[in-house]
Design a protein around this ligand. Structure first.
Ligand code: BGC
Length: 374
């Protein structure tokens, strides 16, 4: 509550639904799913993010807060240290503080039903940010990157770089998946595994640890709770010491950068050396430490999600909701939360390798050259 800036400002006053569709090809949904001349909503926004331990969430939160404040909105931004109960009480406080729009990057996508019931009773609109919220009818919109595509980019990268179609000897790989309570994690894994599993089945890829899900549906068996680097490191230590006597791992499917950092630390302590026997490793996010690792040859790629674009899209959604206008969405089929298909706006992710760090990450201003030692 202490962070709430109490500016009694209404974002906009137009009462008619005015399409602000900025992107061609975007379909639209009426704000709140109600009539075209819906009432305006005060721009009082509660933002809840999972944790400050990951760079991306710090940037995501700060950037959206800055834009909203500059537009005269009342904003409360909270981080929950990856604790579900903390996030629920933060949302309760925001509702009690009069929030009319809740932007939530859920820690546990299945745990927010009751608090969202309270939000709906107060007439607050809910935007699921980056991660879908499941099991609730009270999720109005979802803004994210194309999560399946993130995994597909990782899978295709490994397929191409390892030349799986022409490989004549089996290649060792260790797959990892994200946090079992994060709805995104299964999309990341499915995108990658749909590319790689056929090669495991053929024997082109082998998984010495046996931690090789038989299908996409089994992904959580290799999930790393809370996306924690130290847990990924411990898991990799375990796999290397138990299953790699007399052999080397040649590739690691890591769904994101925080897991990749742990895996890279484990490889170092097991004596792997860049340029000699270092495996191919995937990632996601473009965190500074990982971009440094890419430049040092310790990580092969990251799937870059320009979180500024996500913030801009959510800002647009908030403007549209406050005006009672139609809200831009471009996907109305993929994200079923168990109760309904949530109208979504998906942004396209892209691969960044060593030779693209400068043009994609630095020239665009996403990172400073000095952040990554350039
Ligand atoms: C996000 C990723 C992030 C991960 C861990 C996922 O939901 O989409 O960008 O790496 O959470 O925070």
């Amino acid at each position: 509550m202490s962070r709430i800036t109490r500016i009694a400002t209404v974002f906009a006053v137009g009462a008619l639904a005015v399409s602000m569709a900025a992107c061609s090809g975007a379909t639209t949904a009426t704000a709140g799913g109600s009539s075209a001349n819906a009432a305006t909503i005060a721009c009082n926004v509660g933002i809840t993010m999972p944790t400050r331990t990951l760079e991306r969430w710090i940037n995501d939160g700060a950037q959206l807060q800055t834009k909203l404040k500059a537009a005269g909105c009342t904003v409360d931004l909270q981080y929950a240290d990856n604790k579900v109960d903390t996030q629920i009480s933060q949302i309760q406080n925001q509702i009690a503080g009069g929030a009319k729009i809740l932007v939530i990057a859920a820690i546990d996508g299945t745990a927010l039903g009751p608090v969202l019931d309270t939000a709906a009773k107060q007439g607050a609109k809910v935007i699921a940010y980056d991660r879908l919220i499941n099991g609730s009818p009270n999720v109005d919109y979802y803004a994210t990157f194309d999560n399946y595509k993130v995994g597909q980019l990782q899978g295709n990268f490994l397929k191409d770089q390892l030349k799986l179609d022409s490989a004549t000897t089996p290649i060792t790989i260790e797959p990892f998946a994200g946090s079992p309570d994060d709805n995104n994690a299964k999309y990341f894994f499915s995108g990658a595994w749909d590319v790689l599993l056929p090669y495991v089945t053929k024997g082109t890829l082998v998984v010495p640890s046996g931690k090789s899900p038989k299908s996409d549906a089994d992904w959580a068996t290799i999930g790393i709770a809370a996306w924690a680097s130290d847990k990924a490191q411990a898991e990799m230590d375990n796999r290397l010491s138990s299953f790699y006597t007399g052999k080397k791992v040649q590739a690691v499917l890591s769904p994101n950068d925080s897991l990749a950092i742990g895996i890279e630390a484990s490889l170092k302590s097991a004596g792997y050396k860049v340029g000699t026997d270092w495996p191919m490793i995937t990632g996601q996010d473009g965190d500074k430490a990982n971009v440094k690792a890419i430049l040092a040859g310790e990580q092969s790629m990251t799937v870059w999600k320009d979180t500024r674009k996500l913030g801009d899209q959510v800002f647009t959604m908030i403007q549209q909701i406050t005006k009672g206008a139609t809200v831009d969405v471009n996907d109305t089929t993929t994200y079923n939360n168990g109760i309904k298909v949530v109208p979504s706006y998906l942004i396209t992710p892209e691969v960044v390798t060593k030779d693209l760090v400068q043009s994609k990450l630095i020239d665009s201003g996403f990172l400073k050259a000095s952040d990554v030692g350039l």
